[in-house]
Ligand binder design. Sequence first.
Ligand SMILES: [Zn+2]
Length: 354
Amino acid sequence: MQAVVVYGPGDYRLESKPIPVPGTNELVMRVESVGICASDYKCFTGAPKYWGDDSRPPLVQRGITPGHEFVGVVVEAGPGGLAHHGVQEGQRITAEQIVPRGDDRYIRRGQYWMAEDTTIFGLRVFDGAMAEYMLIPAEARVHRVSSSVKPEHAAFAEPLSCALHGIERADIHFEDTVVVAGCGPIGLGMIVGARAKSPKSVIALDLSEKKLELARLCGADTTFNPRDVDVVQAIRDLTDGYGADVYMEATGHPSAVVQGLELLRKLGTFVEFSVFSAPVTVDWSIIGDDKELDIRGAHLGPYCWPSAIRLIEDAVLPLDRICSHQFPLEKFDEAIAMVGALDSPSVKVSLLFE
Ligand SMILES: [Zn+2]
């Protein structure tokens, strides 16, 4: 089979590899589609978070096949594999990006997404989906997806589950004004999730008019482009001068952190999902002395996969617009480049297998 193999930053190669053979409680899946994440781009371009620096060891393993947002069809099972994962041959499945294994306090307490051993498909230990076939190990958390949706739409379950987990962290109330900063795949998923919680108002912020249009299709009541509008003032005007109740940061830009601290009301909630390429500097006293804010992190999409899959199967999102670009496996490098291109016309870029 053909598979992308990681050799180093900027050096990923398409190679022939043997089709994996499933062992006990394992499956082999024929990949139908794999989405390309901003993190794939950051890894490809050598971000220290993935390749290590003075303060941290590398996260990504040379020789691994990348790709953690995938969907495919079960084509083979090792002994016990079908029963173990609750699937049948020919069924379409996806699996959570993290493969929790071993025994640590997080796994024991059901907080598996924080497992000490960060084995994420396509990063370490377990090969990802930029290949014609992929091994699903015993520890994988497998979910079934209807075969009636397009493969690239089905693979959107990964970013959508992450977005929904961010929303769960936000603890939204009916009278809340929720601001989502950044309308990429995660931000759009957060808008859908926030809308499903029925707050008073969902406001989306982005520099791209096209993405703001998508935000409205996903359920945003109001959209602002910070290029044209003083966003902090505009949101105060909409909230009797108080500011927003909840701020969801999904841009990865330091300026969006400063903006969020400014536009939140006192006792508001700030949810951070992004990965930043540089440290962020803010007046930290806003959090305590000025506003007594709740600052919450969010990582991966624990316990949100069934909801994400249901939203996709129910066609709640404009996925034909969100899944904007599809490439064949051979053009993986073009696809990764498109994800990182400045002012890229893409929202979600995917590889699509015939
Ligand atoms: Zn991802």
